[in-house]
Design a protein around this ligand. Sequence first.
Ligand code: ZN
Length: 202
Amino acid sequence: MSSGARPPGLRLVRDPAPVLHTRAEPIRVFDAGLRRLVREMYLCCVEWHGVGLAATQVGLNRRLAVVVHEGHQFALCNPEIVQATGEVDALEGCLSLPRQAGLVRRAETVTVRYRNPQGRGVERTLSGWLARIVQHETDHLHGVLCPERLAPGAVFGAVPPEGEAADRDAAGDARASEEAAGRPAQPEALVPAAGAPGAAGD
Ligand code: ZN
């Protein structure tokens, strides 16, 4: 366990765990409890050096995920990808599959429809790393992990430990992506190269 400001109550679930392979149940009540959970998931996502976190990864069978990446921070309730175009392969990892990565094929641009934690319907079109993160998290809520999305011929396997991070837990090992340009295997979900998505906050 690493130290830090991790909120009590939420713990990272690592594979193998049935909840990671189960379709999550839709969010039906958009109340203060949901918004508190979202805030806790944001904190965990940052503390664990992820760029996204699905509720199933903290053991909750609910269709909820958060994204925290390069100035963007938003929560998706009941997300559905309603349009996907293009194809791009990139190294991807997952907080629930520590120290592993593989070349994962994703759509380049997606339109995702979801509700925000206040229950308001949102539709947005994303590309680049944000599109990849949203696809990764939406997959989680369908019980699908990124090794099931490998590019043809790719393998999902161990990443050589980086000296200083060799024996740390998922949180420690998952170095913030921006620190690791060129180093593969950033859990959840990637290794953004320079030139990842533009700014425009959320
Ligand atoms: Zn993941």
